[in-house]
Design a protein around this ligand. Structure first.
Ligand code: NAP
Length: 326
């Protein structure tokens, strides 16, 4: 499956819908999996891709109460998941089972959208729905990280950088791993208290333990899965929480944790899948108060969307890859 450009009639809102003029969209791993046909959820043929996008409301249906023309909004990843726990009947996702945000104008049920913080540019606002909400849920959902606790994040992809920024906004100490010496200063400028090079030190949990006086991290935001879970568990404090974002890799279908790692920690593993509309709105309040600015790696115009996907697929970006609409 690839991207095909299509002309469609300008959309009109149904009674409970809003029409959004999309100003920017952003990319996530899931979008690549969908385009390659490897995403586990069945997607509709001809679907408009991408879960993440932000824009202004240009028309509203007769029964719309949540928004007015001119409001700045983004779609919520799980369109039907408003609050509480996720369940299988709430699994519809923008850009997967429902049309997504890679279009000049989109129609959304008003319940599927949230207002975005005023201080963000369109490009910044477009980065929030998947990576930022996932990071928020990882550090602020179920037993939020407390000020003074230590959070460990892995690498410099979109989710990890949001987790770093959001954890700092909550007063946490943050340790980050990266394979790149060139990224260390940028991570410190974002607030990282310690940076560990996992390429130089395969047993990088030792460095994390050293940086925490032997105690380990209270929260590990595990963005990699099979390749890193062993070191993540060894980095975790005795009663830590390890937030697991992927549970299998393409080459390693099983998540292997050694008996020795179980010996050094009693950490709870919590699985997170993005978050609800309530999570998105709670995060937006935190982003607004802390004046957080999302990290954008690069921006491409809509006409060069394929190049944006290629760039993101290389997996070397520092933060988010964004597509803009004029
Ligand atoms: N469960 C959920 O709700 C959810 C939501 C969103 C994303 N995800 C998943 O989370 C993962 C991260 O996604 P993303 O878009 O933020 O980032 P990404 O683009 O997948 O991350 C790329 C970065 O990962 C780092 N990396 C690669 N191998 C690593 C390793 N062995 N140890 C530590 N870091 C490593 C590299 O950082 P350096 O260059 O600094 O080394 C690289 O820049 C993806 O697998 C995605 O599918 C899950």
């Amino acid at each position: 499956m690839g991207i095909v450009e299509r002309e469609r009639e300008a959309p009109r809102p149904g009674p409970g819908d809003i029409v959004v003029r999309v100003r920017a969209a952003s990319l996530n791993k899931r979008d690549l999996f969908i385009l390659r046909g490897t995403y586990p959820l069945r997607t509709r043929e001809g679907i408009v891709p991408l879960s993440d996008g932000a824009g202004e409301v240009v028309a509203v249906g007769d029964r719309v109460t949540r928004f007015r023309v001119g409001d700045r909004v983004a779609g919520s990843y799980f369109a039907r998941w408003r609050s509480g726990p996720l369940s299988l009947d709430l699994f519809d996702q923008l850009g997967c089972t429902l049309d997504g945000m890679l279009a000049e104008r989109v129609v959304l049920d008003e319940q599927w959208a949230v207002r975005v913080p005023d201080h963000l540019t369109w490009e910044e606002a477009a980065t929030l729905p998947c990576a930022a909400v996932t990071a928020w849920n990882s550090v602020a959902g179920s037993q939020p990280v407390l000020a003074g606790q230590t959070v460990l994040t892995l690498g410099t992809g979109g989710v990890s950088l949001f987790a770093l920024q959001l954890a700092k906004a909550q007063g946490a100490r943050v340790i980050v791993t990266t394979s790149s010496a060139a990224k260390v200063e940028r991570l410190k400028a974002l607030g990282a208290d310690a940076v560990v090079n996992y390429a130089e030190e395969p047993e990088w949990s030792r460095r994390v333990r050293e940086a925490t006086g032997g105690v380990g991290a209270d929260r590990v935001v595990e963005t990699m899965g099979p390749d890193t879970i062993e070191q993540s568990m060894r980095s975790a404090a005795f009663q830590a929480q390890v937030v697991l974002l992927i549970s299998r890799g393409q080459e390693k279908p099983d998540l292997h944790i050694s008996a020795d790692a179980y010996r050094v920690t009693m950490a709870t593993i919590r699985r997170v899948f993005v978050g609800s509309r309530d999570d998105f709105e709670a995060m937006n309040r935190a982003v607004a108060v802390s004046r957080l600015r999302p990290v954008i790696d690069c921006t491409y115009p809509f006409a060069r969307a394929r190049e944006a996907l290629d760039r993101f697929a290389r997996g070397t970006s520092f933060g988010k890859v964004v597509i803009t609409f004029s």
